[in-house]
Design a protein around this ligand. Sequence first.
Ligand code: DIG
Ligand code: MN
Ligand code: MN
Length: 388
Amino acid sequence: MAKDFTPRPEDRFSFGLWTVGNRGRDPFGDAVRRTIEVPEMLKGLADIGVYGVSFHDDDLMTFGASESVRRGEVELFKKTLDETGLVCTMATTNLFFHPIFKDGAFTSNDRDVRRYAIQKVMRNIDVAAELGAPTYVFWGGREGVESAAAKDTRDALARYAEAIDFLAGYVKDKGYSMRFALEPKPNEPRGDIFLPTVGHALAFIEKLEHREMVGVNPEVAHETMSGLSFYQGVAQAIWQDKLFHIDLNDQRPGRFDQDFRFGSEGLKDHFFLVRLLENSGYSGVKHFDAHAYRTEDVDGVWDFARGCIRNYLAFAEKAREFDADPRVAAAMSYTGVADLAEPTIGSFSKEAAAGLLAESFDVEALAQRGYGIEALDQLAVDHILGIA
Ligand code: DIG
Ligand code: MN
Ligand code: MN
């Protein structure tokens, strides 16, 4: 009998409308599934214990429709949120699908396109605020180049920062309690996307006027595509108090953006990621930006959604068991894991510098030390495999 992992509202799992609504279209094939309308999506997500949902403006409101039609779509969404008990956990803007954005949105060479993009975000920020979304995500899928001849990256980043700061000013002026989260990705659809990794995004944020309200929304697939450790990117974002949101899915390194079910690929990576999120006090939502395999019918979509949640909860349980295992505590003590938390020397002072210069070290003895990390890591693998 398979073990049960039932989510609770306090687990704060959320899905984007575009995830369970994904119809399986890809660059080489047409849609394979019928459209799941928003009310059916919300009811299905509520039935599996999800806490909230997120949306792009164009997921929720028909692009180009009259204001009255768009208003009706928002009202239906609000009504269904109320009926299902779901909350709106994040909003974002589709600045990538319409041809107008083919050369970018905030960084298009065409100033009118740049101004239209900012206007499109402003309009959806208003809807997001009405729905109570605490986080607004910016994924610059079209912000990039195929040829370095096309843009001076310094100008592109200046325009990017200008747009984010203007929109932050708009949020402040309106008195909305909303924070921004930048979502990095290295490429696809553009040949090279600006702000390609968590590191680039964290550095970019420090150049912003309103840096205090801007954080990151790392996505598993996007750091993994670069061959980077998603865990390390998230850990640094937490260290810098900038993990405002997170996109959970799965991915094989060196491949196109697969957006697989969370936990379907990187078992060890996700064990340590979930342990980090659970132990770090991350208070944001656990947001899945993923979709079912193209092979699936609508029933398979709900298998996918349940699987994302099941895997997260299973990793969280295994992480608790790992941390409660006295053998792990002993192994970590031998490795000196807790010792790294002890300051090395503290802030500079003449006395500290003189003291250190006068200190002698037994370099050969220090070089002989073994850290016991093989045994410690094997304990983690044992717990992941359920053989501890
Ligand atoms: C793709 O990974 C992006 C878009 O789906 C969206 O803008 C963002 C929201 O999490 N992720
Ligand atoms: Mn992705
Ligand atoms: Mn994403």
